[in-house]
Design a protein around this ligand. Structure first.
Ligand code: GLY
Length: 377
C-alpha cells in the first residue's frame, strides 16, 4: 500500500480492489472468448473479435486480465488473456486495417504475456507490432502517422501512449532506431500539439514533406482550440512514459504542465472531468475515462519528483479515482462494465457510456495505490 494514504484511504483502496475482483472474475466467466468494448444496458453485447478484430481498444481487456493475473495469480485471468492474444493474430496477419494504436493492442496482450511468462511466440508478436509502428514514422516531419485513409500528415496526442511499444522493442533489441523515432514523435508533439497553458490539441495536420504545421482541428473534442479531456490525459500519462524510458527532463516537465492544467480543470467539476474543458456550459458531457487515465499518469509523475512535490500528484490522483467510485461506478457483479460516464467523442451522440479503457485505467490506478500494479507501459 502507498505510504501517503491515510488509514481511511487505505481502507477505501482495499475495498475498491475487493469490488474490482468480484466484478472482474464474474465478467471473465461471462465473457469467455468475447472481446469487450462498450457495456450497453449492463452487458457487453458485441464481440469485437467478430465485429472488427483490428479495433484499437481490443487490447484493453487483455491488460485488465494480465493486471489481475499479476495481482492474484488466478489462472482464469491468464487463460482468457492468452486466448485474446491468439485471436489478435488475425489482425497482425491482415495488417492493412491496423494503425498507430498497435501499442494499445499488443503492449496489453503479447508484450505483457512475454514479460510475465517469457512466452516466445508473444515476444515475436510484440516485435512484429513494434516494426509496424516504426514503419509509420515519417522522418521528413518527425512524427508517427495517425490512422490510414490518405491522412499522411496527421499526428495525434493519443499516440504518445503507443510509444511504449517502440521503447520496449528498442530496449530489448538494443536497436536505437525505435527510441529515436519515439523521441522525435514526442518532441514533435511537444512542439505542435502542446500549448503554453498545459493544454493540447488532439490533432495536428502537418505537411508530410516538410513537417510544417498546417492545421489543428478539434478531433474528438468540441472544436479547434478547445481541450478534449481524454487528449489532455493522454498528454499527462504519455509524456510521463517518455520520461520513464528516456530520462529526458523535458518530457517530465511537459507531463507536469499537462497535469497542472488537468487538475485545475477537473477541480471545477469535483474531479469528474468534463469531456472537453473548453466546451460551452451546456450540454454537460463528462468523460470518466479521462479521469482514470490521468490518475495513473499523476501517480507515475509522483514517482519522479521531489518529496515536497509528490503530494500534489498523489492527492490529485486519489481525488480523481474516488470521484469515479462515488459518481460513476457500477459495482453489481451481474452487470458488465465498471466505470460509467465515459464519452468516446464530444460530438458522437448524447450518451454517457461504460468504456473498456476507463475500466482498465481505473484498475491500474487502484493497483498502483496498492503497489500491486504491473507496469505495462
Ligand atoms: N485514442 C482514441 C481515443 O482516445 O478515443
Amino acid at each position: 500500500m502507498q505510504e501517503f494514504l491515510t488509514q481511511e484511504e487505505q481502507k477505501w483502496t482495499a475495498d475498491s480492489f475487493e469490488k474490482l475482483s468480484q466484478k472482474l472474475e464474474a465478467e471473465c466467466g461471462r465473457l469467455k472468448n468475447k472481446i469487450p468494448y462498450i457495456a450497453e444496458d449492463g452487458h457487453y453485447q458485441i464481440d469485437w473479435a467478430e465485429k472488427d478484430i483490428a479495433w484499437w481498444t481490443n487490447g484493453f481487456w487483455g491488460g485488465i486480465l494480465w493486471q489481475m493475473y499479476h495481482a492474484t495469480g488466478k489462472a482464469c485471468y491468464r487463460n482468457s488473456a492468452v486466448h485474446l492474444e491468439e485471436q489478435l493474430d488475425r489482425a497482425l496477419q491482415d495488417f492493412t486495417a491496423l494503425n498507430h494504436d498497435v501499442g494499445f493492442m499488443w503492449m496489453h496482450t503479447a508484450v505483457a504475456d512475454y514479460r510475465l511468462t517469457g512466452n516466445h511466440q508473444s515476444l515475436v508478436r510484440g516485435e512484429h507490432a513494434a516494426s509496424l509502428l516504426l514503419g509509420r514514422f515519417n522522418p521528413l516531419g518527425n512524427y508517427i502517422c495517425a490512422w490510414n485513409e490518405n491522412r499522411p500528415g496527421w499526428m495525434i496526442i493519443d499516440c504518445l501512449m503507443n510509444l511504449s511499444l517502440l521503447y520496449w522493442a528498442g530496449e530489448r533489441e538494443k536497436d536505437p532506431r525505435f527510441a529515436a523515432a519515439a523521441c522525435r514523435h514526442a518532441d514533435t508533439a511537444l512542439e505542435k500539439l502542446m500549448r503554453p497553458d498545459g493544454s493540447c490539441s488532439h490533432i495536428a495536420i502537418l505537411d508530410p514533406q516538410t513537417g510544417e504545421l498546417l492545421k489543428t482541428p478539434g478531433g474528438q473534442g468540441y472544436a479547434a482550440g478547445s481541450s478534449w479531456s481524454r487528449g489532455q490525459a493522454w498528454a499527462v500519462y504519455g509524456f510521463a512514459i517518455s520520461y520513464v524510458h528516456t530520462e529526458e527532463i523535458r518530457y517530465l516537465d511537459a507531463a507536469k504542465r499537462a497535469a497542472h492544467y488537468f487538475l485545475t480543470n477537473a477541480a471545477a467539476t469535483e474531479y469528474l472531468p468534463l469531456c472537453d474543458f473548453r466546451a460551452p456550459e451546456k450540454p454537460i458531457y463528462y468523460d470518466a475515462t479521462a479521469g482514470a487515465c490521468a490518475a495513473c499518469g499523476l501517480l507515475e509523475i509522483a514517482k519522479h519528483v521531489s518529496e515536497t512535490e509528490k503530494r500534489l500528484y498523489q492527492t490529485g490522483a486519489l481525488r480523481l479515482l474516488r470521484a469515479l467510485d462515488e459518481r460513476c461506478c457500477d459495482w453489481n457483479p451481474a452487470h458488465d462494465g465498471i466505470v460509467g460516464n465515459g464519452k468516446v467523442d464530444y460530438h458522437g451522440g448524447t450518451e454517457q457510456q461504460s468504456l473498456i479503457y476507463g475500466d482498465y485505467f481505473y484498475l491500474e490506478g487502484i493497483l498502483r495505490l496498492l503497489q500491486k500494479d504491473f507496469f505495462i507501459w
